[in-house]
Design a protein around this ligand. Structure first.
Ligand code: MF3
Ligand code: CO
Length: 253
């Protein structure tokens, strides 16, 4: 059983791409802002100002009661961390996740940044998770299935013995953050919903250095951290399925 996706016209995909351009440009600024001593609270404030200057709004703020414009997840926190006033130091990694609303149309992208220099094992984790995202995106064409996408992510994680954070999944997106279908970061080839032109989905693998990928929620109801304390990273793009191949709406092109 599944619910039909809300298909988008070329024009609507164009609006989402505008939101995506603002989002990518914001990410490029974040990368520069993230130096030792800065706090995720500072970053969150700057993001709000950045979006306001461009006539865009942070869709996550107030979504299901989430209190901030961005999610900022540091080290063993892998998702939905609250921006706070702890200073980041060299070696840390932080995932900034946000959804930009421009004229009612949305784009969603999370990215993991290193503060200063990272340990080699963490640099590898970052590179390989980003590569898993791109392998999955390459399969986001009409006629392939959601299982093909999940399978590409799962195989990459297994090859390197990384954990996959399975409860946190991609989704359809458009005028709402979460539309059908669910986009799982694991799966079997040739199974699940078939992709068709006009679908717009997020693909958002989270890999951990520990091979279990198991997570727990803090008492705040949001912050997600690994059970084994291993660090995790995430790379997420919003992607449109088109007859001309995968169109990444959040890479700034
Ligand atoms: N950006 C998230 C995603 O990738 C959604 C964030 S949930 C929120 O699916 F509540 F924090 F907004
Ligand atoms: Co996101």
């Amino acid at each position: 059983m599944h619910v039909d996706p809300i298909l988008k016209t070329k024009e609507e995909i164009g609006y989402m791409r505008e939101a995506g351009r603002i989002l990518r440009s914001c990410h490029e600024h974040i990368e520069k802002w993230l130096t030792p001593g800065v706090t995720t609270g500072d970053i969150n404030e700057r993001v709000e100002a950045f979006l306001a200057e461009r006539g865009a709004t942070p869709e996550q703020k107030g979504y299901k009661g989430y209190p901030y414009a961005t999610c900022a997840s540091v080290n063993e926190v892998v998702c939905h961390g609250f921006p706070d006033d702890r200073e980041l130091s060299t070696g840390d990694v932080v995932t900034i996740d946000m959804v930009v609303n421009k004229d009612g149309w949305l784009a969603d992208s999370a990215w993991t940044y290193g503060i200063g220099e990272q340990r080699k094992s963490i640099r590898k984790l970052m590179k390989r998770t980003e590569r898993a995202l791109h392998k999955a995106i390459a399969l986001a064409v009409p006629g392939n299935t959601l299982g093909d996408i999940g399978n590409a992510i799962e195989r990459t994680a297994r090859f390197y013995r990384y954990g996959i954070v399975k409860p946190l999944i991609g989704h359809g997106i458009g005028q709402y953050i979460h539309e059908p279908p669910n986009v799982l970061p694991y799966g079997k080839r040739r199974t699940g919903m078939m992709l068709t032109e006009g679908m717009v989905i997020t693909i958002e693998p989270i890999f951990t250095r520990g091979s279990s990928g198991a997570v727990v929620w803090d008492e705040d109801g949001w912050t997600v951290r690994t059970v084994d304390g291993s660090w995790g990273v995430q790379y997420e793009h919003t992607v449109a399925i088109t007859g001309d191949g995968p169109l990444i709406l959040t890479d700034g092109t």
